[in-house]
Design a binder for this molecule. Structure first.
Ligand code: SDX
Length: 430
């Protein structure tokens, strides 16, 4: 970060306060307001943090106007096409693509952390069979800190690395167990001779009654979907992980907080809601009536719009092509839901209500149809998002812990409640 030559000036009454302007590698400059309260006895006000940079980061860059997403400088479409999820995990964690030896060591490490403590499986028995898998994930991931005491000292770089590896490795095993538990099928153990995504699909869909044969199209699609969801700058759930981590909480508890935040329908829960929306519309003929309801503010177009992207979400383009590949391989390329999605997208991209608000399809618009065709129930969609986003959360958590300027996050407020007043005894109240 470098300091610009001309400070920003803020005038408060008769007082003019100079605030440094800091420049990053890409994107908008920032006005450093850290001394504002001390100098001017005022706070800034930015609910939803639409104009606020909460931290310095080197991991992911998004240009919402241009529809650009870079992970450590590499464009998401290139990573989705040429890399794989574990290599992307290494890149997010370490800042550079691994050489062959580093990749092999990383893959071996992750592969050998995929099993859970044998007692952990009893955890699932405590949930009702119809529990939402995200409820199970939130509880189970938080409970990991009850099993792995040897990697909770966040000031120890080696323990931070072990926790990161354990979380990346065990999320697929926990997610698959949450799915198996919900459908009443026996848990399937990881196999070390399978790739990360093959292992996950086998743990989800293998049954003791027959040999599981991996489908290379689905394995590639799963791996690409994980890449697309890996990290996304300071989104709500990543900001939650950073805020939880700023207090010194252990990484398992911080990731559990991120999972809880991701569950919301405005965030990671949108993929489940988007597919439910397509099912509710049912046929292209019903789209105009549905669009009218959106314009009347009765509901939102799920899978559309984004706080940052005011152009097409670059992940949505890759998701759309992946959707077509999967439907061609195992589904129906003429799936009526895909017809509804395509027609809905066509209409929305030509309707001024959406164009004027810069509402474009986001990553969640096509992911639901794809995951459904792969055999996942809608309740598992956000679980898959959380599985993939774990590497982004833990990379951002690690960056925060290692940032020398880091301190506990503690925003202020503008208070509009009652001024000080004396207590009134019950007998004297109206
Ligand atoms: C993710 O932050 C991230 O990076 C998140 C994410 C990640 O990878 O971590 O990208 C993942 O969460 C993607 C977003 C998934 N959510 C949805 O698809 C749910 C539907 N989308 C909306 O809820 C909404 O678009 C948000 C929450 C995503 C963004 O909300 P904002 O920032 O309030 O949207 P905005 O300020 O750009 O809205 C401008 C206008 C408003 O209308 P007006 O009051 O100005 O008239 O557009 C309206 C909004 O009400 N609007 C929509 C809409 N999204 C915004 N109207 C209809 N349908 C929508 N989807």
């Amino acid at each position: 970060m470098t300091q610009g030559s001309n400070p920003a000036k803020i005038t408060i009454g008769e007082q003019v306060i100079d605030l440094p302007v800091l420049k990053g590698t890409l994107g908008p400059d920032v006005v450093d307001i850290r001394k504002l309260y001390g100098a001017g006895d005022v706070f800034t006000y930015d609910p939803g943090f639409t104009s606020t940079a909460s931290c310095e980061s080197k991991i992911t860059f998004i240009d919402g106007d241009e529809g650009v997403l870079l992970h450590r400088g590499y464009p998401i479409d290139q990573l989705a096409e040429k890399s794989n999820f574990l290599e992307t995990c290494y890149l997010l964690l370490h800042g550079e693509l691994p050489n062959a030896a580093a990749y092999e060591q990383f893959e071996n490490t992750i592969t050998r952390h995929t099993m859970l403590h044998a007692q952990f499986d009893r955890f699932f028995e405590g949930f009702r069979r119809d529990a939402h898998p995200m409820a199970i994930m939130t509880g189970a991931v938080g409970a990991l800190s009850a099993f792995y005491h040897d990697s909770l000292d966040i000031q120890d770089a080696k323990q931070r690395e072990i926790s990161a590896h354990r979380l990346i490795a065990k999320m697929p095993t926990i997610a698959a167990r949450a799915f198996k538990y919900s459908v009443g099928q026996p848990f399937v153990y990881p196999k070390n001779d399978l790739s990360y995504s093959e292992n996950f699909l086998r743990m989800c869909f293998a049954v003791p009654a027959e040999e599981y044969v991996p489908n290379p199209v689905l394995t590639k699609a799963m791996d690409r979907i994980f890449i697309l969801h890996a990290d996304h700058e300071q989104n709500a759930s990543t900001s939650t992980v950073r805020l939880a981590g700023s207090s010194g909480a252990n990484p398992f508890a911080c990731i559990a907080a991120g999972i809880a935040c991701l569950w919301g329908p405005s965030h990671g829960g949108a993929n489940e809601e988007a597919l439910n929306m397509l099912k509710e519309i049912g046929t292209p003929e019903r789209i105009p009536e549905f669009i009218a309801g959106v314009k009347d503010r009765k509901y939102k177009l799920m899978g559309f719009g984004h706080r940052v992207y005011k152009n097409y979400d670059p992940r949505a383009k890759v998701m759309q092509s992946t959707c077509h590949e999967v439907l061609t391989a195992v589904g129906d390329p003429n799936d009526p839901l895909l017809q509804v999605a395509r027609e809905l997208e066509r209409i929305a991209l030509n309707d001024d209500f959406f164009v004027s608000r810069k509402l474009y399809p986001n990553i969640d618009f096509y992911s639901g149809i794809t995951l459904s065709a792969m055999g996942f129930p809608t309740t598992m969609f956000t679980v898959l998002f959380a599985l993939a986003r774990t590497v982004g959360w833990i990379a951002q958590w690690k960056e925060m812990i290692e940032d020398p300027s880091q301190k506990i996050g503690r925003p202020r407020q503008i208070y509009t409640g009652s001024a000080a007043r004396d207590f009134v005894p019950l007998s004297q109240r109206g």
